[in-house]
Design a protein around this ligand. Sequence first.
Ligand code: ATP
Ligand code: MG
Length: 567
Amino acid sequence: MRYSRFLAPTMRNTPSDAEVVSHQLLLRGGFIRRVTSGIYDYLPLGLRVLRNIETIVREEMNRAGAQELLMPMVQPSELWHKSGRLQKYGAELARFNDRHGHESCIGPTHEEVVCDLIAKDLRSYKQLPLNVYQIQTKFRDEIRPRFGLMRGREFIMKDAYSFHADEQCLQQEYENMFASYERIFTRLGLDYRPVEADNGSIGGLASHEFHVLADSGEDLIAHCSACHYAANVEKATAKHPTFKYHQATRAEISTPGASSVEDVTKMLGIKPEELIKTMMYHITGGVYDGGVVAVCVCGDDSVQEVKLARSLSAETVRMADDEMMTDAGAMKGFVGACGLSVPVFVDHALRGATGLTMGANLLDTHLSGIDVAQDIPVKEWLDVRAVKVGDTCNHCDDGTMQWRRGIEVGHVFALGSCYAEAMEVQFQNKEGRRATATMGCYGIGISRLMAAVIEQCHDDAGIVWPECLAPFQVSIISLGKKDAVMDASASLYHSAQQAGFEVLWDDRKERPGVKFRDHELIGIPWQIIIGDRDLEQGNVAVSARCGEKTILAIDDAISLLSSSCKH
Ligand code: ATP
Ligand code: MG
Protein backbone atom coordinates (compact mmCIF):
# COMPACT_ATOMS: atom_id res chain seq x y z
CA MET A 1 0.00 0.00 0.00
CA ARG A 2 1.26 3.45 -0.89
CA TYR A 3 0.90 5.80 2.05
CA SER A 4 0.05 8.69 -0.29
CA ARG A 5 -3.14 6.85 -1.33
CA PHE A 6 -3.91 5.37 2.10
CA LEU A 7 -6.79 6.39 4.37
CA ALA A 8 -4.75 6.66 7.58
CA PRO A 9 -5.13 10.18 8.91
CA THR A 10 -2.73 10.62 11.83
CA MET A 11 -3.15 13.34 14.46
CA ARG A 12 -0.41 15.32 16.21
CA ASN A 13 -2.28 16.05 19.39
CA THR A 14 -3.91 13.73 21.86
CA PRO A 15 -7.70 14.00 21.59
CA SER A 16 -9.01 15.45 24.83
CA ASP A 17 -11.78 12.88 25.31
CA ALA A 18 -9.40 9.90 25.15
CA GLU A 19 -8.37 8.92 28.68
CA VAL A 20 -6.49 5.67 28.18
CA VAL A 21 -3.41 5.20 26.03
CA SER A 22 -4.96 2.65 23.66
CA HIS A 23 -7.81 5.01 22.85
CA GLN A 24 -5.38 7.89 22.28
CA LEU A 25 -3.06 5.90 20.03
CA LEU A 26 -5.86 4.29 18.01
CA LEU A 27 -7.29 7.73 17.26
CA ARG A 28 -3.93 9.43 16.70
CA GLY A 29 -2.66 6.65 14.45
CA GLY A 30 -5.77 6.69 12.26
CA PHE A 31 -6.94 3.18 13.23
CA ILE A 32 -10.42 4.20 14.31
CA ARG A 33 -12.74 7.20 14.26
CA ARG A 34 -15.67 7.88 16.55
CA VAL A 35 -19.09 7.93 14.91
CA THR A 36 -21.08 8.50 18.08
CA SER A 37 -20.88 7.44 21.72
CA GLY A 38 -19.42 3.90 21.91
CA ILE A 39 -19.59 3.40 18.13
CA TYR A 40 -16.54 3.56 15.85
CA ASP A 41 -15.42 3.26 12.24
CA TYR A 42 -12.52 0.88 11.75
CA LEU A 43 -10.23 2.50 9.20
CA PRO A 44 -8.02 0.32 6.97
CA LEU A 45 -5.20 0.18 9.54
CA GLY A 46 -7.62 -0.81 12.31
CA LEU A 47 -9.37 -3.38 10.18
CA ARG A 48 -6.06 -5.01 9.27
CA VAL A 49 -5.28 -5.49 12.97
CA LEU A 50 -8.77 -6.81 13.68
CA ARG A 51 -8.45 -9.32 10.86
CA ASN A 52 -5.11 -10.50 12.26
CA ILE A 53 -6.67 -11.02 15.70
CA GLU A 54 -9.57 -12.86 14.10
CA THR A 55 -7.21 -15.14 12.17
CA ILE A 56 -5.48 -16.30 15.33
CA VAL A 57 -8.78 -16.80 17.13
CA ARG A 58 -10.24 -18.69 14.15
CA GLU A 59 -7.21 -20.93 13.77
CA GLU A 60 -7.30 -21.93 17.42
CA MET A 61 -11.08 -22.40 17.54
CA ASN A 62 -10.98 -24.59 14.43
CA ARG A 63 -8.06 -26.52 15.83
CA ALA A 64 -10.08 -27.11 19.02
CA GLY A 65 -12.84 -28.66 16.94
CA ALA A 66 -15.36 -25.79 16.93
CA GLN A 67 -17.26 -24.97 13.73
CA GLU A 68 -17.76 -21.46 12.42
CA LEU A 69 -21.21 -20.20 11.47
CA LEU A 70 -22.84 -16.78 11.40
CA MET A 71 -26.05 -15.85 13.16
CA PRO A 72 -28.10 -12.70 12.61
CA MET A 73 -27.71 -9.45 14.51
CA VAL A 74 -31.46 -8.91 14.58
CA GLN A 75 -33.24 -11.36 16.84
CA PRO A 76 -36.98 -11.76 17.42
CA SER A 77 -37.89 -10.71 20.97
CA GLU A 78 -40.04 -13.86 21.32
CA LEU A 79 -36.84 -15.87 21.75
CA TRP A 80 -35.80 -13.61 24.61
CA HIS A 81 -39.24 -13.91 26.11
CA LYS A 82 -38.91 -17.68 25.97
CA SER A 83 -35.54 -17.69 27.75
CA GLY A 84 -36.91 -15.33 30.40
CA ARG A 85 -34.26 -12.66 29.66
CA LEU A 86 -36.39 -10.08 27.83
CA GLN A 87 -37.10 -8.13 31.01
CA LYS A 88 -33.98 -9.13 32.94
CA TYR A 89 -31.52 -7.81 30.36
CA GLY A 90 -32.89 -4.31 30.86
CA ALA A 91 -31.88 -1.22 28.92
CA GLU A 92 -28.65 -2.73 27.53
CA LEU A 93 -30.86 -4.69 25.10
CA ALA A 94 -31.82 -2.44 22.18
CA ARG A 95 -35.31 -3.20 20.89
CA PHE A 96 -37.38 -2.00 17.97
CA ASN A 97 -40.65 -2.78 16.21
CA ASP A 98 -40.65 -3.67 12.56
CA ARG A 99 -43.28 -2.35 10.13
CA HIS A 100 -45.62 -5.20 11.10
CA GLY A 101 -45.38 -4.34 14.77
CA HIS A 102 -43.21 -7.35 15.70
CA GLU A 103 -40.63 -6.55 18.35
CA SER A 104 -37.04 -7.44 17.62
CA CYS A 105 -33.79 -6.76 19.42
CA ILE A 106 -30.18 -6.28 18.35
CA GLY A 107 -28.15 -9.19 19.64
CA PRO A 108 -25.96 -8.41 22.66
CA THR A 109 -25.18 -12.17 22.81
CA HIS A 110 -26.59 -15.26 21.08
CA GLU A 111 -27.64 -17.95 23.57
CA GLU A 112 -31.28 -17.64 22.53
CA VAL A 113 -30.67 -17.78 18.78
CA VAL A 114 -28.17 -20.63 18.98
CA CYS A 115 -30.46 -22.68 21.25
CA ASP A 116 -33.33 -22.13 18.84
CA LEU A 117 -31.12 -23.22 15.96
CA ILE A 118 -29.81 -26.37 17.61
CA ALA A 119 -33.15 -27.36 19.18
CA LYS A 120 -34.79 -27.54 15.76
CA ASP A 121 -32.38 -30.19 14.44
CA LEU A 122 -31.28 -32.04 17.52
CA ARG A 123 -32.84 -35.47 17.89
CA SER A 124 -30.35 -37.93 19.32
CA TYR A 125 -27.41 -37.96 21.71
CA LYS A 126 -25.44 -39.24 18.73
CA GLN A 127 -25.40 -35.68 17.32
CA LEU A 128 -23.63 -34.44 20.44
CA PRO A 129 -21.25 -32.92 21.46
CA LEU A 130 -21.29 -29.87 19.23
CA ASN A 131 -19.42 -26.57 19.44
CA VAL A 132 -20.32 -23.71 17.10
CA TYR A 133 -18.87 -20.21 17.02
CA GLN A 134 -19.11 -16.95 15.15
CA ILE A 135 -17.19 -13.69 14.93
CA GLN A 136 -19.80 -11.01 14.81
CA THR A 137 -20.85 -7.50 15.75
CA LYS A 138 -22.78 -7.15 19.00
CA PHE A 139 -24.76 -4.24 20.34
CA ARG A 140 -25.14 -3.48 24.05
CA ASP A 141 -26.49 -0.11 25.03
CA GLU A 142 -23.87 0.19 27.78
CA ILE A 143 -24.70 2.81 30.39
CA ARG A 144 -21.14 4.16 30.31
CA PRO A 145 -19.38 3.44 27.03
CA ARG A 146 -15.77 4.54 27.47
CA PHE A 147 -12.09 4.07 26.75
CA GLY A 148 -12.70 3.72 23.02
CA LEU A 149 -12.84 0.10 21.91
CA MET A 150 -12.52 -1.10 25.49
CA ARG A 151 -16.18 -0.59 26.32
CA GLY A 152 -18.14 0.17 23.21
CA ARG A 153 -21.83 -0.05 22.54
CA GLU A 154 -21.18 -1.75 19.21
CA PHE A 155 -18.26 -4.19 19.35
CA ILE A 156 -16.98 -7.38 17.79
CA MET A 157 -17.07 -10.61 19.72
CA LYS A 158 -16.15 -14.21 19.07
CA ASP A 159 -18.86 -16.22 20.75
CA ALA A 160 -18.94 -20.00 20.90
CA TYR A 161 -21.63 -22.30 22.26
CA SER A 162 -21.24 -25.98 23.04
CA PHE A 163 -23.95 -28.60 23.55
CA HIS A 164 -23.51 -31.87 25.39
CA ALA A 165 -25.39 -34.95 26.49
CA ASP A 166 -23.98 -34.80 30.02
CA GLU A 167 -21.97 -32.68 32.43
CA GLN A 168 -18.84 -34.77 32.14
CA CYS A 169 -18.68 -34.06 28.42
CA LEU A 170 -19.29 -30.34 29.10
CA GLN A 171 -16.42 -30.37 31.59
CA GLN A 172 -14.10 -31.82 28.93
CA GLU A 173 -15.08 -29.15 26.42
CA TYR A 174 -14.67 -26.44 29.06
CA GLU A 175 -11.10 -27.62 29.57
CA ASN A 176 -10.58 -27.80 25.81
CA MET A 177 -11.79 -24.19 25.40
CA PHE A 178 -9.73 -23.06 28.39
CA ALA A 179 -6.63 -24.53 26.78
CA SER A 180 -7.41 -22.96 23.40
CA TYR A 181 -7.88 -19.56 25.09
CA GLU A 182 -4.46 -19.98 26.67
CA ARG A 183 -3.00 -20.67 23.23
CA ILE A 184 -4.80 -17.65 21.72
CA PHE A 185 -3.64 -15.15 24.33
CA THR A 186 -0.12 -16.58 24.32
CA ARG A 187 0.07 -16.25 20.51
CA LEU A 188 -1.15 -12.67 20.83
CA GLY A 189 1.88 -12.06 23.05
CA LEU A 190 -0.17 -10.91 26.02
CA ASP A 191 0.63 -10.92 29.73
CA TYR A 192 -2.69 -12.39 30.84
CA ARG A 193 -4.20 -14.32 33.69
CA PRO A 194 -7.19 -16.69 33.84
CA VAL A 195 -9.23 -15.91 36.95
CA GLU A 196 -12.16 -17.55 38.66
CA ALA A 197 -15.23 -15.50 37.93
CA ASP A 198 -18.62 -14.92 39.41
CA ASN A 199 -21.20 -17.04 37.62
CA GLY A 200 -23.71 -14.21 37.45
CA SER A 201 -27.36 -14.57 38.29
CA ILE A 202 -27.81 -17.52 35.93
CA GLY A 203 -25.72 -19.82 38.10
CA GLY A 204 -23.83 -22.37 36.05
CA LEU A 205 -21.16 -24.86 36.98
CA ALA A 206 -17.87 -23.04 36.42
CA SER A 207 -16.67 -19.78 34.95
CA HIS A 208 -13.28 -18.21 34.26
CA GLU A 209 -12.42 -14.82 32.84
CA PHE A 210 -9.19 -14.14 30.98
CA HIS A 211 -7.70 -10.80 31.93
CA VAL A 212 -4.95 -8.82 30.28
CA LEU A 213 -3.00 -7.25 33.13
CA ALA A 214 -2.97 -3.47 32.80
CA ASP A 215 -3.34 -0.54 35.20
CA SER A 216 -6.07 0.90 33.01
CA GLY A 217 -8.23 -2.24 33.44
CA GLU A 218 -11.72 -1.78 34.81
CA ASP A 219 -11.66 -5.04 36.79
CA LEU A 220 -9.85 -5.89 39.97
CA ILE A 221 -8.23 -9.28 40.26
CA ALA A 222 -7.10 -10.82 43.52
CA HIS A 223 -4.25 -13.27 43.11
CA CYS A 224 -1.91 -15.20 45.34
CA SER A 225 1.77 -14.25 45.54
CA ALA A 226 2.80 -17.91 45.74
CA CYS A 227 0.32 -20.19 43.96
CA HIS A 228 -1.84 -20.02 40.80
CA TYR A 229 -4.99 -18.90 42.57
CA ALA A 230 -6.52 -15.81 40.98
CA ALA A 231 -10.12 -14.62 41.04
CA ASN A 232 -12.16 -11.60 40.18
CA VAL A 233 -12.61 -9.68 43.46
CA GLU A 234 -16.33 -10.24 42.98
CA LYS A 235 -15.65 -13.88 43.72
CA ALA A 236 -12.29 -14.07 45.54
CA THR A 237 -11.95 -15.70 48.93
CA ALA A 238 -9.06 -15.61 51.42
CA LYS A 239 -8.35 -16.11 55.09
CA HIS A 240 -8.90 -13.15 57.32
CA PRO A 241 -5.71 -12.37 59.25
CA THR A 242 -6.18 -13.87 62.70
CA PHE A 243 -6.41 -11.53 65.63
CA LYS A 244 -6.64 -12.14 69.37
CA TYR A 245 -10.02 -12.07 70.92
CA HIS A 246 -10.39 -11.08 74.51
CA GLN A 247 -12.94 -11.53 77.21
CA ALA A 248 -14.93 -8.49 78.16
CA THR A 249 -18.19 -8.07 79.93
CA ARG A 250 -21.09 -6.88 77.93
CA ALA A 251 -21.91 -3.22 78.53
CA GLU A 252 -23.66 -0.29 76.96
CA ILE A 253 -21.18 2.47 76.32
CA SER A 254 -21.77 6.07 75.41
CA THR A 255 -20.23 7.11 72.08
CA PRO A 256 -21.67 10.56 71.40
CA GLY A 257 -21.45 11.54 67.73
CA ALA A 258 -19.16 8.61 66.86
CA SER A 259 -20.83 6.82 63.99
CA SER A 260 -17.96 5.86 61.71
CA VAL A 261 -15.44 3.06 62.34
CA GLU A 262 -12.73 5.70 62.55
CA ASP A 263 -14.59 7.82 65.13
CA VAL A 264 -15.56 4.87 67.34
CA THR A 265 -12.11 3.27 67.36
CA LYS A 266 -10.50 6.61 68.16
CA MET A 267 -12.93 7.39 70.96
CA LEU A 268 -12.69 3.94 72.57
CA GLY A 269 -9.01 3.33 71.87
CA ILE A 270 -9.68 0.02 70.08
CA LYS A 271 -8.57 -1.39 66.75
CA PRO A 272 -10.94 -1.52 63.74
CA GLU A 273 -10.88 -5.33 63.84
CA GLU A 274 -12.32 -5.21 67.37
CA LEU A 275 -15.45 -3.66 65.96
CA ILE A 276 -18.40 -5.32 64.20
CA LYS A 277 -19.75 -3.44 61.21
CA THR A 278 -23.45 -4.06 60.53
CA MET A 279 -24.75 -3.13 57.09
CA MET A 280 -28.39 -3.10 56.05
CA TYR A 281 -29.30 -4.18 52.50
CA HIS A 282 -32.44 -4.11 50.44
CA ILE A 283 -32.72 -7.29 48.37
CA THR A 284 -34.38 -8.02 45.06
CA GLY A 285 -34.82 -11.55 43.73
CA GLY A 286 -34.50 -14.86 45.57
CA VAL A 287 -36.15 -15.80 48.85
CA TYR A 288 -35.56 -12.39 50.44
CA ASP A 289 -37.04 -10.51 47.45
CA GLY A 290 -38.27 -7.07 48.48
CA GLY A 291 -37.00 -7.45 52.04
CA VAL A 292 -34.16 -6.04 54.12
CA VAL A 293 -31.34 -8.04 55.69
CA ALA A 294 -28.48 -7.16 58.04
CA VAL A 295 -24.92 -8.25 57.27
CA CYS A 296 -22.07 -8.23 59.82
CA VAL A 297 -18.40 -8.06 58.92
CA CYS A 298 -15.27 -7.18 60.86
CA GLY A 299 -14.71 -3.44 61.38
CA ASP A 300 -11.67 -3.50 59.06
CA ASP A 301 -13.51 -5.40 56.34
CA SER A 302 -16.07 -4.38 53.78
CA VAL A 303 -18.96 -6.28 52.24
CA GLN A 304 -18.38 -7.51 48.68
CA GLU A 305 -21.86 -6.92 47.32
CA VAL A 306 -21.62 -9.32 44.37
CA LYS A 307 -20.59 -12.10 46.79
CA LEU A 308 -23.50 -11.15 49.04
CA ALA A 309 -26.00 -11.19 46.16
CA ARG A 310 -24.74 -14.61 45.08
CA SER A 311 -24.83 -16.03 48.64
CA LEU A 312 -28.47 -14.96 48.99
CA SER A 313 -29.37 -16.00 45.40
CA ALA A 314 -30.47 -12.40 44.93
CA GLU A 315 -30.49 -10.41 41.72
CA THR A 316 -29.42 -7.16 43.32
CA VAL A 317 -28.47 -5.91 46.77
CA ARG A 318 -28.34 -2.23 47.57
CA MET A 319 -27.99 -0.26 50.77
CA ALA A 320 -31.30 0.07 52.62
CA ASP A 321 -32.65 3.62 52.86
CA ASP A 322 -33.36 5.42 56.14
CA GLU A 323 -36.99 4.39 56.27
CA MET A 324 -36.20 0.71 55.68
CA MET A 325 -33.56 0.89 58.42
CA THR A 326 -35.94 2.43 60.93
CA ASP A 327 -38.60 -0.17 60.07
CA ALA A 328 -36.07 -2.92 60.71
CA GLY A 329 -35.27 -1.47 64.16
CA ALA A 330 -31.85 -0.03 63.20
CA MET A 331 -30.50 3.35 64.33
CA LYS A 332 -28.57 5.03 61.54
CA GLY A 333 -24.92 5.54 62.49
CA PHE A 334 -25.23 3.16 65.46
CA VAL A 335 -26.49 0.03 63.73
CA GLY A 336 -25.93 -3.28 65.48
CA ALA A 337 -27.06 -6.84 64.87
CA CYS A 338 -29.09 -7.23 68.09
CA GLY A 339 -32.76 -6.45 68.36
CA LEU A 340 -33.42 -6.17 64.61
CA SER A 341 -36.60 -7.49 63.03
CA VAL A 342 -34.77 -8.74 59.91
CA PRO A 343 -32.51 -11.76 59.21
CA VAL A 344 -28.87 -11.28 60.22
CA PHE A 345 -26.06 -12.82 58.13
CA VAL A 346 -22.55 -12.89 59.56
CA ASP A 347 -19.24 -13.23 57.74
CA HIS A 348 -17.12 -16.30 58.54
CA ALA A 349 -14.27 -14.07 59.70
CA LEU A 350 -16.32 -13.31 62.81
CA ARG A 351 -16.72 -16.97 63.80
CA GLY A 352 -15.70 -17.49 67.40
CA ALA A 353 -15.03 -13.79 67.97
CA THR A 354 -15.61 -12.46 71.48
CA GLY A 355 -15.12 -9.18 73.27
CA LEU A 356 -16.07 -7.05 70.25
CA THR A 357 -17.93 -3.76 70.04
CA MET A 358 -20.90 -2.94 67.84
CA GLY A 359 -23.72 -0.41 67.48
CA ALA A 360 -26.58 -0.65 69.99
CA ASN A 361 -29.36 0.63 67.68
CA LEU A 362 -29.67 3.52 70.15
CA LEU A 363 -28.49 7.05 69.45
CA ASP A 364 -24.88 7.71 70.55
CA THR A 365 -24.54 4.21 71.99
CA HIS A 366 -22.46 1.10 71.33
CA LEU A 367 -22.35 -2.32 72.99
CA SER A 368 -19.04 -3.76 74.12
CA GLY A 369 -18.11 -7.32 75.08
CA ILE A 370 -20.05 -8.93 72.24
CA ASP A 371 -19.69 -12.69 71.86
CA VAL A 372 -20.74 -13.12 68.24
CA ALA A 373 -22.09 -16.68 68.44
CA GLN A 374 -23.95 -16.03 71.68
CA ASP A 375 -25.22 -12.48 71.30
CA ILE A 376 -26.03 -12.21 67.61
CA PRO A 377 -29.04 -14.09 66.21
CA VAL A 378 -27.07 -15.52 63.26
CA LYS A 379 -29.38 -16.68 60.47
CA GLU A 380 -26.44 -18.01 58.46
CA TRP A 381 -22.64 -17.69 58.26
CA LEU A 382 -21.55 -16.45 54.84
CA ASP A 383 -18.35 -15.54 53.01
CA VAL A 384 -19.19 -11.99 51.99
CA ARG A 385 -16.07 -10.01 52.92
CA ALA A 386 -14.02 -8.35 50.22
CA VAL A 387 -10.55 -9.88 50.01
CA LYS A 388 -7.78 -7.48 51.08
CA VAL A 389 -4.18 -7.12 50.00
CA GLY A 390 -2.08 -9.15 52.43
CA ASP A 391 -4.78 -11.70 53.37
CA THR A 392 -3.49 -15.26 53.57
CA CYS A 393 -4.28 -17.37 50.52
CA ASN A 394 -6.98 -19.98 51.09
CA HIS A 395 -5.48 -22.28 48.54
CA CYS A 396 -1.84 -22.65 49.56
CA ASP A 397 -1.22 -21.05 52.98
CA ASP A 398 2.18 -19.80 51.74
CA GLY A 399 1.21 -16.75 49.78
CA THR A 400 -0.63 -13.56 50.47
CA MET A 401 -3.29 -11.96 48.33
CA GLN A 402 -2.31 -9.18 45.94
CA TRP A 403 -4.42 -7.03 43.68
CA ARG A 404 -3.92 -6.29 40.03
CA ARG A 405 -6.04 -4.47 37.50
CA GLY A 406 -7.20 -6.39 34.45
CA ILE A 407 -9.03 -6.01 31.17
CA GLU A 408 -11.48 -8.86 30.61
CA VAL A 409 -10.78 -10.14 27.11
CA GLY A 410 -12.34 -13.57 27.35
CA HIS A 411 -14.83 -15.56 29.34
CA VAL A 412 -15.50 -19.31 29.46
CA PHE A 413 -18.67 -20.43 31.14
CA ALA A 414 -19.99 -23.94 31.88
CA LEU A 415 -23.65 -22.98 31.85
CA GLY A 416 -25.29 -26.32 32.57
CA SER A 417 -28.88 -26.59 31.43
CA CYS A 418 -30.29 -23.15 32.36
CA TYR A 419 -30.78 -21.83 28.81
CA ALA A 420 -31.22 -25.23 27.20
CA GLU A 421 -34.10 -25.97 29.53
CA ALA A 422 -35.95 -22.72 28.87
CA MET A 423 -35.28 -22.97 25.14
CA GLU A 424 -36.20 -26.69 25.05
CA VAL A 425 -32.95 -27.99 23.58
CA GLN A 426 -33.80 -31.65 23.97
CA PHE A 427 -32.70 -34.97 22.56
CA GLN A 428 -33.19 -38.68 23.04
CA ASN A 429 -30.53 -40.06 25.34
CA LYS A 430 -28.83 -43.49 25.28
CA GLU A 431 -31.64 -44.95 27.35
CA GLY A 432 -34.22 -43.70 24.85
CA ARG A 433 -35.59 -40.97 27.17
CA ARG A 434 -36.01 -37.24 26.45
CA ALA A 435 -33.20 -35.24 28.03
CA THR A 436 -32.14 -31.59 28.08
CA ALA A 437 -28.77 -30.63 26.64
CA THR A 438 -26.00 -29.23 28.82
CA MET A 439 -24.29 -26.09 27.51
CA GLY A 440 -21.16 -24.03 27.66
CA CYS A 441 -20.50 -20.59 26.19
CA TYR A 442 -17.17 -18.99 25.42
CA GLY A 443 -16.62 -15.33 24.48
CA ILE A 444 -13.64 -13.28 23.32
CA GLY A 445 -13.79 -9.50 22.88
CA ILE A 446 -12.12 -9.15 19.47
CA SER A 447 -12.31 -5.36 19.24
CA ARG A 448 -11.51 -4.94 22.96
CA LEU A 449 -8.41 -7.07 22.37
CA MET A 450 -7.07 -4.51 19.89
CA ALA A 451 -7.14 -1.94 22.69
CA ALA A 452 -5.86 -4.36 25.35
CA VAL A 453 -2.82 -5.28 23.24
CA ILE A 454 -1.90 -1.58 22.92
CA GLU A 455 -2.23 -1.08 26.68
CA GLN A 456 0.63 -3.58 27.04
CA CYS A 457 2.53 -2.86 23.83
CA HIS A 458 3.41 0.81 23.45
CA ASP A 459 6.11 3.35 24.27
CA ASP A 460 6.23 7.14 24.36
CA ALA A 461 6.36 7.34 20.57
CA GLY A 462 3.41 5.09 19.83
CA ILE A 463 2.22 1.54 19.36
CA VAL A 464 4.63 -1.42 19.27
CA TRP A 465 2.58 -4.12 17.55
CA PRO A 466 3.54 -7.76 18.03
CA GLU A 467 4.50 -8.99 14.54
CA CYS A 468 1.47 -11.30 14.32
CA LEU A 469 -0.94 -8.38 14.72
CA ALA A 470 0.78 -5.50 12.94
CA PRO A 471 -1.26 -3.95 10.10
CA PHE A 472 1.86 -4.19 7.90
CA GLN A 473 5.05 -6.05 8.64
CA VAL A 474 7.37 -3.63 6.90
CA SER A 475 7.32 0.04 6.03
CA ILE A 476 9.56 1.47 3.35
CA ILE A 477 10.32 5.08 4.09
CA SER A 478 11.58 7.11 1.16
CA LEU A 479 13.47 10.26 2.18
CA GLY A 480 13.64 13.14 -0.30
CA LYS A 481 12.12 13.41 -3.71
CA LYS A 482 15.00 12.37 -5.91
CA ASP A 483 14.07 10.01 -8.74
CA ALA A 484 16.79 7.56 -7.73
CA VAL A 485 15.29 7.25 -4.25
CA MET A 486 11.76 6.79 -5.58
CA ASP A 487 12.88 4.25 -8.21
CA ALA A 488 14.86 2.21 -5.70
CA SER A 489 11.94 2.38 -3.27
CA ALA A 490 9.46 1.22 -5.90
CA SER A 491 11.63 -1.71 -6.81
CA LEU A 492 12.17 -2.69 -3.16
CA TYR A 493 8.43 -2.32 -2.52
CA HIS A 494 7.65 -4.84 -5.25
CA SER A 495 10.36 -7.30 -4.19
CA ALA A 496 9.22 -7.16 -0.56
CA GLN A 497 5.64 -7.86 -1.61
CA GLN A 498 6.81 -10.70 -3.81
CA ALA A 499 8.70 -12.13 -0.85
CA GLY A 500 5.33 -12.32 0.96
CA PHE A 501 5.50 -9.24 3.17
CA GLU A 502 2.63 -6.83 3.82
CA VAL A 503 4.32 -3.51 3.01
CA LEU A 504 3.41 0.12 3.55
CA TRP A 505 5.49 2.37 1.28
CA ASP A 506 5.73 5.89 2.56
CA ASP A 507 5.94 7.74 -0.74
CA ARG A 508 4.44 10.96 0.66
CA LYS A 509 5.98 14.35 0.08
CA GLU A 510 6.56 14.89 3.80
CA ARG A 511 9.60 15.87 5.83
CA PRO A 512 11.63 12.94 7.26
CA GLY A 513 10.67 13.95 10.82
CA VAL A 514 6.97 13.69 10.00
CA LYS A 515 7.44 10.31 8.37
CA PHE A 516 9.46 8.87 11.26
CA ARG A 517 6.93 10.14 13.78
CA ASP A 518 4.00 8.62 11.90
CA HIS A 519 5.68 5.23 11.51
CA GLU A 520 6.60 5.10 15.18
CA LEU A 521 3.03 6.05 16.06
CA ILE A 522 1.41 3.30 14.00
CA GLY A 523 3.95 0.76 15.21
CA ILE A 524 4.95 -1.28 12.17
CA PRO A 525 7.64 -3.76 13.32
CA TRP A 526 10.25 -3.19 10.56
CA GLN A 527 11.36 -0.13 8.62
CA ILE A 528 13.53 0.11 5.53
CA ILE A 529 14.76 3.67 5.16
CA ILE A 530 15.94 4.81 1.74
CA GLY A 531 17.80 8.13 1.61
CA ASP A 532 19.92 9.53 -1.20
CA ARG A 533 23.19 9.52 0.75
CA ASP A 534 23.05 5.81 1.65
CA LEU A 535 21.72 5.01 -1.78
CA GLU A 536 24.76 6.56 -3.46
CA GLN A 537 26.73 3.75 -1.76
CA GLY A 538 24.08 1.21 -2.83
CA ASN A 539 22.84 0.98 0.78
CA VAL A 540 19.65 1.32 2.82
CA ALA A 541 19.00 1.32 6.56
CA VAL A 542 16.88 -1.38 8.22
CA SER A 543 15.61 -1.10 11.76
CA ALA A 544 13.13 -2.78 14.06
CA ARG A 545 10.44 -0.58 15.68
CA CYS A 546 12.45 -0.32 18.89
CA GLY A 547 15.88 -1.32 17.62
CA GLU A 548 19.10 0.07 16.20
CA LYS A 549 19.55 0.89 12.53
CA THR A 550 21.62 -1.48 10.37
CA ILE A 551 23.11 -0.09 7.16
CA LEU A 552 23.34 -2.74 4.48
CA ALA A 553 23.35 -3.24 0.72
CA ILE A 554 19.95 -2.68 -0.81
CA ASP A 555 19.95 -6.19 -2.28
CA ASP A 556 20.41 -7.70 1.19
CA ALA A 557 17.49 -5.87 2.83
CA ILE A 558 14.82 -8.44 1.96
CA SER A 559 16.88 -11.41 3.07
CA LEU A 560 17.63 -9.69 6.38
CA LEU A 561 13.91 -9.19 6.90
CA SER A 562 13.11 -12.76 5.89
CA SER A 563 15.49 -14.07 8.51
CA SER A 564 14.46 -11.58 11.24
CA CYS A 565 10.72 -11.41 10.77
CA LYS A 566 8.96 -14.05 12.84
CA HIS A 567 5.84 -13.95 10.78
P1 ATP B 1 -17.89 -6.70 31.05
O1 ATP B 1 -17.94 -7.22 32.46
O2 ATP B 1 -16.58 -6.09 30.69
O3 ATP B 1 -19.07 -5.85 30.71
P2 ATP B 1 -19.24 -9.03 30.16
O4 ATP B 1 -19.08 -9.96 31.31
O5 ATP B 1 -20.51 -8.31 29.99
O6 ATP B 1 -18.01 -7.98 30.13
P3 ATP B 1 -19.41 -11.18 28.24
O7 ATP B 1 -20.89 -11.11 28.14
O8 ATP B 1 -18.80 -12.34 28.93
O9 ATP B 1 -18.85 -9.81 28.83
O10 ATP B 1 -18.81 -11.00 26.77
C1 ATP B 1 -17.66 -11.69 26.28
C2 ATP B 1 -16.52 -10.74 25.98
O11 ATP B 1 -16.93 -9.65 25.16
C3 ATP B 1 -15.93 -10.07 27.22
O12 ATP B 1 -15.00 -10.91 27.83
C4 ATP B 1 -15.30 -8.82 26.63
O13 ATP B 1 -14.00 -9.10 26.18
C5 ATP B 1 -16.18 -8.48 25.45
N1 ATP B 1 -17.08 -7.36 25.76
C6 ATP B 1 -18.16 -7.36 26.57
N2 ATP B 1 -18.74 -6.15 26.62
C7 ATP B 1 -18.01 -5.35 25.79
C8 ATP B 1 -18.10 -3.98 25.40
N3 ATP B 1 -19.09 -3.21 25.85
N4 ATP B 1 -17.17 -3.48 24.53
C9 ATP B 1 -16.19 -4.28 24.05
N5 ATP B 1 -16.05 -5.57 24.39
C10 ATP B 1 -16.94 -6.12 25.24
MG1 MG C 1 -20.98 -6.31 30.33
